[in-house]
Design a protein around this ligand. Sequence first.
Ligand code: GSH
Length: 216
Amino acid sequence: MTAPVLYGFWRSLATFRVRVALNLKGLEARETSIDIFNGAQYDPEFMAVNPMSAVPALVEEGQAALTQSLAIIEYLDETHPAPPLLPPTPRGRAEARALALMVAADAHPLVVPRVRNYLSGVLGLDEPARNAWIAHWSRAALAALEQRLAGRPGPWCMGEQLTLADICLATHVAGAKLTGIDLTDFPASLAIAERALALEPFARAHPLRQAGAPAR
Ligand SMILES: N[C@@H](CCC(=O)N[C@@H](CS)C(=O)NCC(=O)O)C(=O)O
């Protein structure tokens, strides 16, 4: 079977999440870049793939596109169970999903290009104000995660098993670092994220390792 197409963008944290899951499971995908910094998400051809004008989207041969990084990751987890990315118990799964959603549902949507563009283009925020917005919401999620994670035995959010929660935490921390956000107030979150980002499946998926990323 042909490898699926992953519509993504080097800097996209939601795509980063899916790349990590693919790598952890040893799955291939052919990534097609949609330049969301230059409006390619609004090309009619891509909007036919995802009417939300956002990446990632995963297209398997002969199938409609799957969108929403967490839905894609759970689909991959169900179709390719090893290694599992959710805990074995209902309670554990609810906790892991809650941590993941703190990033993917509560924080990340507030800092994506469509929101940043609205803040500057429609509401007239200048760059320092817009950056303050981004830092505020990124740090708000980290403060809540820190409260949840401090004192846990580790090495991962949910203990011995690396889960969806670690994927969301680590990609959020990597994004915050790229934005220059100070993370010293969040030592427990940072420790887990750095542990994860040092793993090859995370490192290979990092935005700065993707085609189109600026040379370091
Ligand atoms: N909840 C979605 C978020 C998708 C999303 O907003 N992706 C960003 C990149 S990380 C995007 O494509 N943004 C385009 C825009 O904001 O115009 C997911 O987790 O997949």
